[in-house]
Design a protein around this ligand. Structure first.
Ligand code: DC
Length: 219
């Protein structure tokens, strides 16, 4: 079994890079952000305050998340409904970022992630994969980029989906989410001592993939 853990802030390119690495190695790519987004979506659709631990605790048992892979693509199901088309909006990003700070949410998602890695070779990407979820992973990477570069990438994604939003708003959202993701009490985003740090500002996706691929082959 091969386990590759990748962490980094939002829009650092973890998703697209992990996808390519997983194809090269013919293993799964688990986007753990989609799981937090599923919980964020549930809160948003059911008027649950994603900051309020008591409110979120009450609804967690009503949330069943399933992951399926078809032709290597991840499909995330929330109570039986495939939500791939619903979880990338700015509002769901916001709810996911808020609810993911809660310990009860992280505990629920932790089991799912660790169980997956027990049974599959995987490239798993998120915020606390290298530090808390798979601290013994053989390969660990931390991908980042300046907030401006990430905001531009995210803006392009959102525009392609038809969302009307300005660069300044995307940048503000990214900075707020970065702050929340790296300052919360549990599962905060941090650079693991033994992770390879890669700033992707100056690199194309394929260049990052080849850096990671050669690091994996070195060992
Ligand atoms: O990677 P992403 O932008 O899709 O993640 C959405 C939110 O979920 C993000 O604000 C932080 C949270 N998240 C987390 O706390 N831990 C992870 N392993 C993955 C995502």
């Amino acid at each position: 079994m091969i386990t590759i853990a990748i962490d980094g802030p939002s829009a650092a390119g973890k998703g697209v890079v992990s996808e390519k690495i997983s194809k090269l190695l013919n293993i799964h790519h688990l986007d753990t952000g989609a799981i937090y987004r599923a919980i964020g979506l549930y809160c948003y659709e059911n008027n649950v305050d994603a900051y309020d631990e008591n409110q979120v605790k009450k609804i967690l048992d009503k949330i069943e998340i399933k992951i399926e892979f078809i032709n290597g693509e991840q499909y995330t199901y929330l109570n039986g409904e495939c939500i791939n088309g619903k979880i990338r909006s700015s509002i769901v990003s916001d709810y996911a970022s808020r609810s993911s700070a809660l310990l009860c949410v992280r505990e629920k998602v932790k089991d799912l992630q660790q169980d997956f890695a027990k049974h599959h070779s995987v490239v798993m990407e998120g915020r606390d994969i290298t530090t808390e979820i798979l601290p013994n992973a053989k390969y660990k990477f931390y991908l980042t980029a300046s907030s401006e570069v990430r905001a531009l990438r995210r803006l392009k994604d959102l525009e392609a989906k038809g969302e009307k939003i300005t660069f300044d708003q995307v940048l503000k959202d990214i900075n707020e989410r970065d702050y929340r993701d790296s300052h919360r009490e549990f599962g905060r985003l941090q650079l693991a001592k033994d992770a390879v740090y890669i700033n992707t500002d100056e690199f194309s996706v394929d260049e990052v993939v080849s850096i990671i691929y050669s690091k994996i082959n070195e060992r």
